[in-house]
Design a protein around this ligand. Sequence first.
Ligand SMILES: NC(=O)c1ccc[n+]([C@@H]2O[C@H](COP(=O)([O-])OP(=O)(O)OC[C@H]3O[C@@H](n4cnc5c(N)ncnc54)[C@H](OP(=O)(O)O)[C@@H]3O)[C@@H](O)[C@H]2O)c1
Length: 323
Amino acid sequence: MNMPTETPIYIAGHRGLIGSALVRRLTAAGHRHLITCDRSALDLTDASATNAFFAETRPEYVVLAAGRVGGIVENQQFPADFITSNLAIQLNVVQAARRHGVRRLILLGSSCMYPRECPQPMKENTLLSGQPEPTSLAYAIAKLAGVQLCLACNLQDGEQCFIPLIPNSAYGPHDNFDLGSGHVLASLIRRFVEAAQQGAPSVTLWGSGRPRREFVFADDIADACLQLLSRDISKLELPVNLGSGVDYSIAELAGKIAGFVGYTGNVVWDSSKPDGAPQKLLDSSRLRDWGWQAATGLDAGLHETIAWYRSNHVQEEQACTHQ
Ligand SMILES: NC(=O)c1ccc[n+]([C@@H]2O[C@H](COP(=O)([O-])OP(=O)(O)OC[C@H]3O[C@@H](n4cnc5c(N)ncnc54)[C@H](OP(=O)(O)O)[C@@H]3O)[C@@H](O)[C@H]2O)c1
């Protein structure tokens, strides 16, 4: 299957971490008809507005990279917002895509969907075999529903139109570096850059530092999405995990970031704070056997992300565009 460069492709959530990487990747591949729209002009939790947008813009391909996303603090504070927003966005976008004849749609799941005590590395067929980590349960349930929505549509319609893709922890340029709502890697970059600037004698971090996490560079996720939109997927079993294949303890990650930003003080672990799941490493052999694997190692991705953080503090202003 080929995807001509003039094909209309809608990237929902184009200003976010993964959505902005998709815009970069598709643009670099020569795609000229990218459809994007800011949340202020289209709230995807609004079903009729979403449907009207699809009717007007007629995308043939869609990547759903919009959603309510956050770290452990926000997940615990706003579980109702996480479940309602993500359920609504997924349902509205998938329904609109089905109604308006979208050829292929990628819906992004999350490794939070896996059982907390899942055997490692986590295989797709262990989804729903146990209880997800309680601190992000509402988000996980919404994401599980999104994956099942895709699979149910494919089953009923007799074609692999809806692709549930499950990336592990994403990072890269345009990540959320807010200490309250961001994920661990971006928060660590900000904490260590600020501590280095201020000459702080120590940095106190949440938890024990022992949990192990797998990080995927957002540009690698974007590349996988491009391949999944444009290549034959008839032999690919769904859903499909997307990881880098290597996990690191949070203490190892903190050590790398501190070294890269030149922080020489102490790291103190506040073990009164929750750790979350002990390990989250995906088995990405389905995607690897299909012929794709992540290209960016953690060190290279961290250097690029730190450089971006250092030189970008102001978000660009963007409106709706149908290029
Ligand atoms: N980050 C990760 O580690 C990770 C890992 C696996 C899967 N995922 C999934 O990948 C997707 C994208 O994640 P991300 O990290 O790129 O998120 P992000 O950086 O927070 O970006 C989310 C995007 O969604 C948009 N959005 C949120 N609510 C919306 C609404 N009601 N209507 C329209 N747009 C809305 C945001 O718009 P504004 O710019 O206006 O806020 C933003 O552009 C999510 O579904 C997430 O669950 C993320």
